[in-house]
Structures are given as C-alpha cells and as structure tokens.
Design a binder for this molecule. Structure first.
Ligand SMILES: [Zn+2]
Length: 200
C-alpha cells in the first residue's frame, strides 16, 4: 500500500505502509528514552511453518495453546514486536514505535540494559539458521531507512547480539553483508565482525 503523497509516513509512531494489527503487549517508554537501536529477530509459528497467522495470534494473545505441541512450551507468553516481515515481504506493525514493545527480554547493548526501553524490534518470518528471502531484505532495508529518518537510529543488532548465549536469532542464515550493502550505513552501526560473515 502506498500512501498518498501528502500523507505523513509516520503518525504517532505508526508507519503508514505497514498493515496494522494492534497488540495489547506494550507500555510507555521511560521518559527521555533515546530510541537509537533496531533489534532484528526471526520467528515462525509453528517453527519452520510460514504463511499462517500464528505470529499475529501470539502478539495479540489469541494463540490457541493446544493447536500445536510446540505451543505448550510458550503457553501464556505475552510478547510483541513493533514490526513483522513475512516471507513475501509484507510488513505488519503491532506496536507504535513511540511505545515500548516486549521483544528483547533481558538484554544489554551499547552500554545499556533493558533494550526494550529504547529499541525498535523487527521480526523476520523465518527460522534460526535458515535463510531469508530477497523480498524480506527489500522490505527490511526500506523500513530501516524510514526509521532512521524518523528516530535517532545509531545501532542495528540481532537479538543474539543483545542477549548473547540466551538468544540466537536471527541466526547464521541472516546475511548482515546483504543488509549492510542495501543500507550503505557506516559499518560502526552494525555489530562488530558481522561484515565478514559468509554469505549464506
Ligand atoms: Zn528474538
């Protein structure tokens, strides 16, 4: 969906090109929060199955925990991310980027704890260790550019970088060089060492 040229791209933290499905799992950011970090994740529900509505249901607390054996492991979980990018590149938004979504958990990056306070979470439909689609990189890079024009983004990292050892997404199948090439941002924006990771 392309908004009319005179419509604002952002309205109260909502990005006009995204399909909106509001999650109740959010809260206010701390006063004075410097929203300078983008956190990339991967998710699919059930794991490895694409195209269903499991992620949308998880983020809106409407997932039927008995619908799949895996869901028993996450029963009762209340989480959210600001954005979700499907395999075909379709973009969804669940929480205003002005608000605090619940995607990072216990985390530490660029000298600060509790990354949910001052980051924006972007979920890629996928599986840790598996690759992502060209359409996803295209949507992701466009979203990153739009975010950086609206927020003081200075860092992009994976969940695995802000919660090392505890989290492993988006994983080795995510091509940081692909994203870096598309964005052409200074290499210091990205986690140390990812530029030399092999292309999947
Ligand atoms: Zn994650």
């Amino acid at each position: 969906m392309t908004p009319p040229v005179d419509a604002p791209l952002w309205q109260d933290g909502w990005y006009a090109p995204a399909q909106v499905l509001r999650s109740p799992n959010f809260g206010p950011r701390p006063a004075g929060a410097q929203i300078d970090l983008l956190v990339l994740h991967s998710i699919s529900l059930p794991p490895g199955e694409y195209g269903g509505d499991g992620v949308q249901r998880l983020f809106t607390n409407t997932l039927d925990w008995s619908a799949h054996p895996y869901y028993e492991q996450i029963r009762g979980l209340e989480v959210s991310a600001h954005f979700f990018i499907r395999r075909d590149g379709a973009l969804w938004q669940f929480v205003s980027a002005d608000d605090r979504a619940w995607h990072a958990g216990r985390s530490h990056y660029r000298g600060r704890d509790n990354c949910n306070d001052d980051s924006i979470g972007i979920e890629l439909e996928g599986l840790e260790g598996s690759t992502f689609t060209v359409a996803q990189y295209a949507t992701l890079s466009g979203l990153c550019q739009a975010l950086r024009r609206h927020y003081p983004i200075a860092h992009v990292a994976g969940h695995e970088h802000i919660a090392p050892g505890r989290k492993h997404d988006p994983g080795a199948g995510f091509s940081w060089p692909e994203l870096m090439q598309r964005l052409a941002w200074p290499s210091g924006v990205f986690p140390a060492g990812v530029a030399s990771e092999p292309q999947p």
